[in-house]
Design a protein around this ligand. Structure first.
Ligand code: NDP
Ligand code: 13P
Length: 332
C-alpha cells in the first residue's frame, strides 16, 4: 500500500483520488476549503466539486493542514488550477519528503512566464527531474469517477518513477501507459484545451461536424508544430494524451473548455461564460501563452491567435474562422 497525497480536491483531484483508493492506496486529499475537507472526512463525498459521486472510498481522507497532508507521502499528486499552482506549491516546498515523487495532472501553461506545468512544479518545489512525472489523457472527471474504462499516459525522464506512478494508479477500469516525453505530454494537455475552446465556439454558433472537424484538425496541426519545436516526441501527439484527449475534450459537453467556447459561440461575453463555467477552463489563460510560445519558437499559431482575439476583443465566430485561415493559400 502506497501513501499518496493529492493536492487540490477539485473535480479531477477527487475523481483521481478515487482511482488511487480503488488501486489499493492510502489517499490523503489536501484542500483549502474547510467545507470540502469536512465533506470528505464526514460524509465521504465532495458535493462542491464532484457531486456525482455519492460515496467516496473509505481509504480517502482529507486535511487542510499542509504539513500533515504530505508528511508520509511517497507520491504527491498536484491537481490545482494551473494558474495557481506556483503560489500553492511554494507553500509546500519545505514540507515534502525528500524522496517523494511529484505527479502533475494539470493541463495548462502559466500566464506571463509561458512555462509548462512540469517547469512550474519543479521550480516551485526545487524538484529534480527524476522525481517528477505528469499524467494526461482523455479523462473527463465525471466518467472516470463513474468508473467507466479509461486510460492515461504517465511521463517522466525517470522510467522507474513513471512505472511506479503507473502501477500506483492502475485499476480494473483505469489503465496507464508510460512515456519519457514530458514536454510532449504537457503540450498535448495544454493545447487541446485551446482547441476545445475553438471547437466549442463553432458548435455553439450552430455549425456542424465538418466545421468542428476542420477546427479540431487545425488545432492538432498547431499542437504538432509547436510541440515539435519545443522538443516533444511526435508519437506523443497521436497517442492518448494528444489525439485521444482532443477527441474526448472537443466532443463532450462535460468539458469545461468545450462548454466555455460553446457559450461564447452562443453569444455570451467572456465574463458571462466564466460565470457559467462549472470549474476551471484552463484553455482561457493558456491561449495567450500558446501565442507567446509560438512567437518565441517561430511557429505560427493561427488558431490560438484567433482565439486570443475572441477572448480579448470579443470577435465573432465568423471572424475567428476568417482569422484562423487568413487569405492566402498554403500547404496543409
Ligand atoms: N476535470 C477533468 O476532467 C480534468 C482536469 N484536468 C486538469 O486538472 C486540473 C484541475 O482540474 P479540476 O480539478 O477539474 O478543476 P476544478 O475547477 O474542479 O478545481 C480546481 C482546483 O484548484 C484548486 N485551487 C484553485 N486555486 C487555488 C489556490 N490558489 N491554491 C490552492 N488550490 C487552488 C481548487 O481548490 P478549491 O476547491 O479549494 O478552490 C480546486 O481544488 C486542471 O489543470 C485541469 O485541466 C485534467 C484531466 C481531467
Ligand atoms: O482534460 C479533460 C479531459 O481529459 C477535461 O477537460 P476540461 O478541463 O475541458 O473539462
Amino acid at each position: 500500500m502506497t501513501n499518496v497525497t493529492v493536492l487540490g480536491a477539485g473535480a479531477w483531484g477527487t475523481a483521481f483520488g478515487q482511482v488511487l483508493a480503488d488501486a489499493g492506496n492510502r489517499v490523503t486529499m489536501w484542500a483549502i476549503e474547510p467545507e470540502i475537507v469536512e465533506g470528505i472526512n464526514t460524509n465521504h463525498c465532495n458535493d462542491v466539486r464532484l457531486p456525482s459521486v455519492t460515496r467516496l472510498p473509505d481509504a480517502m481522507t482529507a486535511t487542510g493542514d499542509r504539513a500533515q497532508a504530505v508528511a508520509n507521502a511517497q507520491i504527491i499528486v498536484v491537481t490545482i488550477a494551473a494558474q495557481h499552482a506556483r503560489e500553492a506549491l511554494e507553500q509546500f516546498k519545505e514540507l515534502i519528503p525528500g524522496d517523494a515523487i511529484v505527479v502533475s495532472l494539470m493541463k495548462g501553461i502559466e500566464r506571463g512566464t509561458y512555462k509548462r506545468m512540469d517547469e512550474v512544479v519543479r521550480e516551485s518545489l526545487d524538484l529534480p527531474a527524476n522525481r517528477f512525472a505528469c499524467l494526461s489523457g482523455p479523462n473527463l472527471s465525471a466518467q472516470v469517477a463513474a468508473r467507466e474504462p479509461a486510460a492515461a499516459v504517465v511521463a517522466s525522464e525517470n522510467p522507474e518513477a513513471a512505472r511506479f506512478v503507473a502501477q500506483t494508479c492502475t485499476t480494473d477500469y483505469f489503465h496507464t501507459f508510460v512515456s519519457k516525453d514530458v514536454p510532449g505530454v504537457e503540450m498535448c494537455g495544454s493545447l487541446k484545451n485551446v482547441t476545445a475552446l475553438a471547437v466549442g465556439m463553432v458548435r455553439g454558433a450552430g455549425y456542424g461536424d465538418n466545421t468542428a472537424a476542420m477546427v479540431q484538425t487545425r488545432g492538432l496541426a498547431e499542437l504538432c508544430a509547436l510541440g515539435r519545436a519545443m522538443g516533444a516526441d511526435e508519437r506523443t501527439f497521436f497517442g492518448l494524451a494528444g489525439v485521444g484527449d482532443l477527441i474526448a475534450t472537443c466532443g463532450s459537453t462535460l468539458s469545461r473548455n468545450f462548454t466555455f467556447g460553446a457559450n461564447l459561440g452562443k453569444g455570451m461575453s467572456v465574463d458571462e461564460a466564466r460565470e457559467a463555467s462549472n470549474g476551471v477552463a484552463e484553455g482561457v489563460p493558456t491561449t495567450d501563452a500558446v501565442v507567446a510560445l509560438g512567437k518565441r519558437y517561430g511557429v505560427p499559431t493561427p488558431l490560438a491567435t484567433a482565439m486570443s482575439h475572441v477572448l480579448a476583443d470579443g470577435i465573432s465566430c465568423e471572424q475567428m474562422l476568417h482569422e484562423m485561415f487568413g487569405s492566402g493559400i498554403t500547404e496543409e
